[in-house]
Design a protein around this ligand. Structure first.
Ligand code: BES
Ligand code: MN
Length: 443
């Protein structure tokens, strides 16, 4: 174990760089500055670029004509750490125990992108140069949908021109099993505000004559799914590309323990489209989820009131070739149709990102698989995943390049949850993986 590298990780994890929370803007900015200095100390020319939101940090080695250019992408922002009381130690005071480091952002994504940066530093120190041109781009807004990165890519298109992007921000099927992710789900979000009377009302005086916005919200939510779990929004599945036969066959043979989802989540039983397996549902089928719902009295005991308003936060995981804008239109029409009399609904559209899928057997795809094999010693697993990295399809659309997803997140790493952790072995393997990847891509 390299103590200096571990110290770097600990220092990086101490910044509460929560992008969604404006009270942390200063921490996000300080984290960007730290990262710039870290890149510079590893031999890269690095700069913090202002945007309309949080800054983007970009580092480059000395570029040489004729070599492939590889962009390494990651994010230094993190999800909020709450609920704080469920953490065994404070989320921004990294704790090492039993070979794991516990902190918000340890896996998602600081540990993984720092491994790349330190791998680059090791290689430059050992060999004086890298076999490829690299552009390391680490942004501060991934967890809020990367609203300012697409304009940044367009504005700096020449400077960011590359042949391929590599990202470690996805999962590994199991510890020690190199995993190549060739597809991700997309996402689109929407919030509904259901409004009824101008103020909260006595439910005895007015109940029965004035519609209840919380009831209306529940009716709208209940209309989104059929009882079998499929989505009832007309046209929702129209553009969904079917899974390919080779994928279904190869996924069925992956070493995923049959009860893994149950044991990881503690859910009482699985639920979903009966003609698909658990992995197929999570990696390649679209969903509609309620991420938050509220309205009315939330305190102790009872209160006889008709709330003036209620809200619902929805998100949809999308698969190729669903279009986020089109899905939002369909959902909105559906909700309007299922809104009961007596309330008004305001719709607020949230962030979006398209799904992504690439052919894992391209030249670059094979190079990534070779790097994984050299790092972990066995043939990598080829998978798709359910999470979203909205900028990945944008790299394809704006820069015209594919993205290699070589994740280091373990199934039990608890990203976005209390006690998020990163196996230190994966951190050090990630450093080796970076060196193997740059070697393989340079050939
Ligand atoms: N690293 C995750 C995405 C991920 C997780 C991919 C697990 C594959 C496996 C990323 O940081 C993330 O959480 N993305 C958000 C995007 C959203 C906020 C726009 C997501 O998927 O919810
Ligand atoms: Mn995340």
């Amino acid at each position: 174990m390299n103590e200096a590298q571990l110290d770097d990780l600990i220092a990086y994890l101490k910044f509460p760089s929560v992008s969604t929370d404006s009270t942390h803007s200063g921490d996000v900015l300080q984290c960007a500055g730290w990262l710039r200095n870290k890149m510079a100390s590893q031999g890269l020319e690095a700069k913090v670029h202002e945007t309309d939101g949080h800054p983007v940090v970009v580092g480059k080695n000395r570029h040489v004509e004729g070599r492939p250019t590889v962009m390494i992408y990651g994010h230094y922002d993190v999800q909020p750490a709450d609920p704080l009381e469920l953490w065994d130690s404070p989320p921004f005071e990294p704790r090492v125990e039993d070979g794991k480091i516990y902190a918000r952002g340890s896996t998602d994504n600081k540990g993984q992108n720092l491994a790349h940066i330190l791998g680059i530093g090791e290689m430059i120190a050992a060999e004086g140069d890298l076999p490829v041109n690299v552009i390391v781009l680490v942004e501060g807004e991934e967890e809020i949908g990367s609203p300012n990165l697409e304009p940044f890519l367009k504005e700096h298109k020449q400077d960011l021109a590359c042949d391929i992007v590599a990202v470690s921000d996805t999962g590994m099927l199991a510890a020690g099993l190199g995993t190549f992710t060739y597809g991700l789900r997309g996402i689109t979000c929407m919030e509904l505000k259901v409004r009824g009377p101008e103020m909260d009302l006595h439910s005895g005086v007015f109940g029965g004559s004035v519609a209840n916005p919380a009831t209306a919200a529940a009716q709208i939510v209940a209309s989104l799914h059929h009882a079998d779990g499929t989505i009832a929004v007309e046209g929702f599945y129209d553009r969904v590309l079917p899974l390919q036969e080779w994928e279904r066959e190869s996924w069925a043979g992956l070493p995923v323990p049959p009860d893994e989802t149950l044991s990881l989540t503690g859910a009482p039983e699985l639920f979903g489209e009966s003609e698909y397996t658990d992995t197929e549902r999570r990696w390649a089928r679209p969903t509609a989820e309620v991420n938050g719902i509220g309205g009315g009295y939330q305190g102790e005991g009872s209160k006889t009131v008709i709330p003036a308003e209620a809200f619902v936060k929805l998100s949809f995981r999308l698969v190729p070739d669903q279009d986020p804008g089109e899905i939002l239109d369909l959902v909105r029409n559906h909700c309007e149709k299922y809104t009961p009399k007596g309330v008004n609904v305001d719709y607020e559209l949230g962030h979006s990102g398209k799904a992504y899928v690439m052919d894992p057997q391209t030249g670059f795809g094979k190079a990534a698989q070779k790097a994984l094999k050299n790092t972990f010693g066995s043939e990598p697993a080829l998978i798709r995943e359910g999470g979203s990295i909205p900028i990945v399809q944008t790299f394809k659309d704006v820069l015209g390049v594919d993205t290699l997803l070589l994740g280091l997140a373990l199934p039990d790493c608890r990203i976005h949850s209390p006690n998020e952790n990163f196996l230190l072995q994966n951190f050090f393997d990630g450093i080796r993986l970076n060196r193997e990847l740059l070697k393989a891509l340079g050939q």
